[in-house]
Design a protein around this ligand. Structure first.
Ligand code: SF4
Ligand code: SF4
Ligand code: SF4
Length: 322
């Protein structure tokens, strides 16, 4: 989508009133709203500095309210949501999708690689009542957005920092570093090098302060692709660790199946996807699902991500630790 330049955000001290803040929800688990609710004392400051006009998890409901800043959690997964995001855009000066669902489709974007209609028909006795689009999309696939804050869930610190910047009339900072850089800053031992763990830190944008790797666990990429990620190189490294193509593919698509750089790995793995666009079509999904390995992979992914990921040596250890 072509993006018009974002208007400068008028600082609160010249606005003459508290900026209005809305927190909207599309298809999601509410985890990103909860990340905001978990802000502790900062939540009280937020309520002092902003006029919170809509935030369902906090009990404030006015979905049609005009807002200076709208945070949006969740992916555009239904026809109703495709209409609603247009209305939210029209009523908001600054639109900020928060979390992996809103910035890359989230786990529900796995259906983008398959035949969603067939899934619905097999799951629901009366599929005609299900309002589900063939794909689960990032918000930016439908409307212009000013800033995306990734993560599953989004980082509370990043959201608060972005809001604080806007209060001061400054453009919020968008993180560009990779998780590896946070590891180095913290002086952590690399789990990829020392434990042969399939860590996605080299291709994942940080913002989590290297949360998983600081606990000795491999990053699974929940913040999504960093700038210029060397996906093919890392995939080759995972193969050298002993992961087969299917396991490597699952690793990249576990949380970010809607992210174009990670999808490249799928297309490299399956020749039928080579010529496709970033968002897989239903036809392409049918092609993939009809191939033996593709069918195996997709059915494993949809029957339970945990069991699928358990095939990975490092993640098996992680599951044991839980
Ligand atoms: S990004 Fe993760 S935590 Fe946030 S709504 Fe989506 S699934 Fe939930
Ligand atoms: S543990 Fe992962 S994120 Fe940290 S330095 Fe190693 S590869 Fe990078
Ligand atoms: S280390 Fe990776 S998987 Fe863990 S929170 Fe950070 S980005 Fe997400």
């Amino acid at each position: 989508m072509t993006s018009p330049p974002s208007p400068p955000f008028e600082p609160a001290n010249t606005l003459g009133r508290r900026p209005r803040l809305a927190v909207h929800k599309l298809s999601s688990c509410d985890g990103c709203q909860l990340a905001l609710l978990n802000a502790g004392e900062s939540l009280l400051t937020l309520a002092e500095r902003f006029d919170i006009v809509h935030f369902a998890e906090a009990g404030i409901i006015d979905v049609d309210a005009e807002a200076d800043i709208a945070l949006v959690e969740g992916s555009v997964s239904t026809a109703e949501e495709a209409k609603r995001i247009q209305a939210i855009r029209a009523r908001s000066r600054w639109l900020m999708p928060i979390g992996a669902c809103a910035t890359a489709g989230g786990p529900q974007a796995l259906r983008n690689l398959a035949d969603a209609e067939a899934w619905i028909a097999s799951l629901y006795p009366e599929p005609q009542h299900i309002d589900a689009r063939p794909t689960a999309d990032a918000v930016a696939a439908h409307v212009h957005v000013e800033l995306e804050l990734p993560g599953c869930p989004v980082s509370t610190t990043q959201v608060l920092a972005a809001l604080a910047s806007l209060l001061a009339g400054a453009t919020p900072f968008a993180e560009q570093d990779k998780v590896c850089l946070d590891c180095k800053r913290r002086g952590q031992v690399c789990v990829l090098v020392t434990q042969d763990a399939p860590c996605l830190g080299p291709v994942t944008v940080t913002g989590c302060d290297a949360l998983c790797t600081s606990l000795g666990r491999a990053c699974y990429g929940c913040y999504g692709p960093a700038e210029n990620p060397e996906v093919a190189t890392l995939a080759q490294r995972f193969a050298e660790l002993g992961l087969d193509a299917e396991a490597v593919t699952r690793r990249f698509l576990f949380q970010q199946s809607g992210a174009e750089p990670f999808q490249q790995r799928v297309r490299a793995w399956h020749p039928k996807l080579q010529a496709g666009s970033a968002t897989a079509s239903a036809d392409r999904g049918r092609d993939l699902a009809s191939a033996d390995r593709g069918s195996s992979m997709l059915s494993s992914m949809t029957s339970g991500m945990t069991s699928a990921d358990r095939n990975l040596s490092m993640t098996s250890k992680e599951d044991d630790d839980d």
